[in-house]
Write a protein that binds this ligand. Structure first.
Ligand code: SF4
Length: 251
């Protein structure tokens, strides 16, 4: 396999944002993991908590914070092999590709996984994706867990770009895919139910998570969302990293 696949990662303190922490959301919440934060996203959610991966100066996209970012300050480019060496410096074997939207850079991840599994076949890989991109066959076979977060209208994206029926159908057929919806108001439930029915998403694998970038914002939504999850049979996901570290990057 060639060793020249480049990936654009988020840059934090002049280094790629690769960090060892606990998974903060979703089906494997609490699991010690190494996160690799890729840059770039094809969506532009108004409440996105990683808007520094896509909301570039000179673009028309709107975000609640009103902040724009310079690509040169927030993107760092590395070869897959270099990323593998950085990841291998941690003892942890649960690796999470996140973003931004990591599936915009699939060839680099294919190569990264190849390098890491050559070092140690027990490496386990999760991908956090917005569910609009279909993975290549090679990548699909390499991933242990898909964490899909299809976006609702509360994200501010037009339905045409946030919902790709073919991609959702692909993930819905997989045993190792989880579907996590970001919930802003109680009205969002109807939209989740419609997507669940239209795209045959397996209910036991659906999680509802409160939207919020601060503990106070989350606390406002947790109690009624917990009630909805209990009454409607959905799994609840908190945002552990916000409880522990607030909105700090790189943890
Ligand atoms: S899909 Fe995810 S990374 Fe992209 S804008 Fe929305 S929340 Fe942010």
């Amino acid at each position: 396999m060639a060793t020249l696949k480049l990936a654009k990662l988020d840059k934090l303190n002049d280094r790629p944002e690769i960090f060892h922490t606990l998974q903060g959301e979703g089906a494997s919440i609490g699991v010690p993991s190494v996160f690799i934060r890729s840059s770039l996203c094809n969506l532009h959610c108004t409440w996105c908590d990683t808007d520094y991966t896509w909301n570039w100066e000179g673009t028309p996209w709107k975000h609640e914070t009103g902040i724009k970012y310079s690509k040169k300050d927030y993107i760092i480019e590395l070869e897959a092999l270099e990323i593998a060496e950085l990841v291998a410096s941690y003892k942890c074997k649960n690796i999470i590709l996140t973003g931004g939207e990591p599936l915009l850079q699939q060839p680099a991840w294919e190569e990264l996984i190849h390098h890491l599994r050559k070092k140690d076949p027990t490496y386990r890989f999760e991908v956090e994706t917005n569910g609009t991109q279909i993975p290549s066959q090679t990548l699909d076979h390499s991933i242990d867990q898909w964490n899909i977060s299809p976006k609702l209208s509360n994200s501010g994206n037009h339905e045409k770009i946030r919902i790709n029926p073919a991609a959702l159908q692909h993930f819905a057929s997989k045993q190792n895919a989880w579907f996590k919806f970001v919930i802003q108001t109680q009205d969002d439930l109807a939209e989740v139910q419609q997507l669940e029915q239209t795209h045959h998403l397996p209910k036991p694998n659906i999680l509802l998570m409160p939207e919020g970038r601060t503990e106070a914002a989350l606390q406002n939504k947790r109690l009624w969302l917990a009630d909805i999850c209990r009454d409607q049979g959905y799994r609840f996901s908190d945002r552990l990293h916000i409880q522990l570290w607030g909105s700090k990057r790189g943890v």
